[in-house]
Design a protein around this ligand. Structure first.
Ligand SMILES: [Zn+2]
Length: 573
């Protein structure tokens, strides 16, 4: 079975064009070491590797589980459990297995672990008195064999529905690698669909929301696409291109991302992106890979075929002038996009460009601002605000703008500051200091910076300022959080007999700064409370430790600004 699979794949690869072989880095990864992590056949994906999500490339493959939880999840190869992770959001419950071939596999959103792993996890949670866990294990603690049941699939953490999130990582570098390069078969003989093409009149200027852009409708099917209405585009200045594209596996209802995009001019590649692997540090640069202003304005994902100077992603090759192209007056050029999915199905879009010195669109004048070079430390100061943008955060030179805005009517302890705007992406964020009103003094410990939607950016008071590190540009002011979190009991009330119930359940939330911790005690002894951030649900599963009779539960929930809520409730078991 596995052997046949290998032969089929090699034959398949030899049928690729030379450029496709280059895209797929032939024979770099072991094709027979891993069995599939689940037995659901045919395997189908709810999310592909490298698919573009809000603020990141998807770091693994999402296996469909028929909208249900509880499918067995198997170790894909011999190895050992190297890491157990439990999170309020994120992967929820995840296992990491290290294999002797140099790769680590990751299994996320799990419903529950196998009994041995579950026991180890709970023991550690009780020892550390914490629900959230990030435990690294040595090889002798929980060894596994290929095909061992390690867990059941679920919907825990930041999951939009039941599925298995599966990753293959390089054990040394932690770079995540496309699992489909390891011979894991996902039936797909459908070529990608190219939806639209865009021309950016770059005019040798940094790309931003002011870059003139033209939309071209794309028509076609079965891997062959062309522009509607025009066959030749006249271009008189430096230009870049972009496309919107999706892929679909056999029998899959939703669409996924593609593996690679190549743009050729007269048969010569000028841009290629290939999602073979990436490092987590670079994942946020998806905001540079795509047309971020378009995404913020319309949620449309346009993949640019020119690379910003501050883009750290190592998914590009064959770049000519970073994909910024110039066309000689009077000359005709043949352009061709080739889009390939992870199974090698390809679609092309062909069109012509004619160099035409008169066919220009000037960039509008930018608003008055300060030049922030992308590769430098940049600072901006007024009497009331300080902005520091460390190198590595801007993808392009920025015309930085600032304005003071009318302050909000309630819960504001500073002026409102508009720092650039939400259409400019940042890699990790920037440092923001906002001068506090004197009336803040008695609430210093409760101060945070919030944006115009009153979403907390965190922060702390120091030397007359509140300082925080927002991840995005926007409009900000100082607010205070003096209100304790709320606890709403769901299936428990004072004096209730809980016999016959497997758990007690609550909803917990905070109004502003966010939840920091929750701790439950039965008769004074710490007990494990589990939490699911997406549903704000907190629960304790009863154990044999809670014997028949009367008990007292004390539940303490704190927010980030140390406002604390305690619920004490008697119940019977
Ligand atoms: Zn996923």
């Amino acid at each position: 079975m596995i052997r046949l699979h290998y032969i089929a794949l090699s034959l398949f690869l030899t049928s690729f064009t030379a450029s496709a072989q280059q895209i797929f880095s032939n024979n770099k990864y072991p094709l027979v070491d891993f069995r599939p992590p689940m037995d659901i056949t045919p395997a189908s994906l709810a999310g592909s590797f490298g698919e573009i999500r809000g603020n990141h490339f998807h770091s693994g493959m999402d296996y469909r589980t028929n909208q249900r939880e509880g499918y067995p999840v198997y170790a894909v190869a011999d190895g050992y459990v190297s890491r157990i992770r439990v999170q309020n959001g994120g992967f929820g419950q995840a296992l990491y297995l290290v294999h002797p071939n140099g790769y680590t596999t990751v299994y996320g959103h799990l419903q529950r672990f196998n009994p041995k792993i579950a026991q180890y996890t709970e023991k550690t949670q009780y020892a550390k008195k914490t629900f959230e866990l990030d435990e690294y294990l040595t090889s002798s603690i929980i060894p596994v064999h290929k095909g061992d049941l390690i867990a059941w699939s679920g919907n825990r953490g930041s999951s939009g529905g039941p599925h298995l999130h599966f990753e293959v990582r390089d054990s040394k570098t932690e770079a995540t690698i496309n699992p489909q390069l390891f011979g894991l078969d996902i039936p797909d003989n459908i070529p990608p669909v190219i939806h639209a093409m865009y021309v950016y009149r770059l005019n040798k200027k940094p790309f931003n929301e002011f870059t003139p852009k033209q939309y071209f409708q794309v028509l076609g099917a079965n891997g062959k696409y062309h522009l509607n209405q025009v066959s030749t585009i006249n271009l008189g200045e430096e230009a870049g291109f972009g496309i919107t594209v999706t892929d679909r596996g056999n029998g899959a209802s939703g669409t996924n991302g593609v593996y690679s995009i190549m743009l050729e001019v007269d048969g010569k590649p000028v841009y290629t992106s290939a999602l073979e692997r990436f490092s987590f540090d670079n994942s946020k640069a998806v905001n540079s890979h795509m047309d971020y202003p378009a995404y913020m304005n319309t949620k449309r994902v346009i993949q640019k075929s020119f690379v910003d100077p501050g883009n750290p992603l190592q998914i590009y090759f064959n770049l000519v002038n970073n994909g910024r192209l110039e066309f000689e007056d009077g000359k005709l050029y043949a352009l061709k996009y080739t889009v390939t999915d992870a199974k090698g199905n390809q679609s092309t879009l062909e069109f012509k460009v004619k160099g035409d010195g008169k066919a220009t669109i000037a960039t509008k004048d930018l608003p008055a601002g300060t030049l922030f070079p992308y590769n430098q430390n940049n600072e901006f100061n007024t009497n009331n605000v300080k902005v520091i943008i460390a190198p590595g955060n801007l993808y392009n030179d920025l015309n930085f703008t600032y304005a003071e805005k009318p302050r909000p009517a309630s819960n504001a302890f500073s002026a409102m500051h508009q720092i650039q705007n939400a259409l400019t992406p940042l890699h990790t964020g920037f440092e923001l200091w906002i001068k506090a009103d004197s009336s803040l003094s008695k609430y210093k410990d409760k101060a945070i910076i919030v944006n115009a939607n009153r979403a907390s950016q965190g922060g702390y008071f120091e030397n007359g300022y509140v300082k925080a590190k927002p991840r995005t540009f926007g409009t900000f002011f100082i607010a205070i959080d003096t209100i304790a979190p709320s606890i709403v009991p769901i299936n428990i009330s004072s004096g209730k007999n809980m016999a016959g119930l497997s758990k007690m359940t609550f909803k917990i939330s905070d109004n502003l700064s966010g939840l920091k911790s929750f701790n439950g005690y039965i008769d004074g002894k710490w007990v494990l409370m589990e939490f699911d951030a997406k549903t704000a649900t907190l629960w304790h599963s009863f154990t044999s430790q809670t014997a028949t009779g009367k008990h007292t539960l004390r539940l303490v929930v704190d927010d980030v600004k140390n406002n604390s809520k305690t619920l004490t409730i008697d119940f019977y078991k």
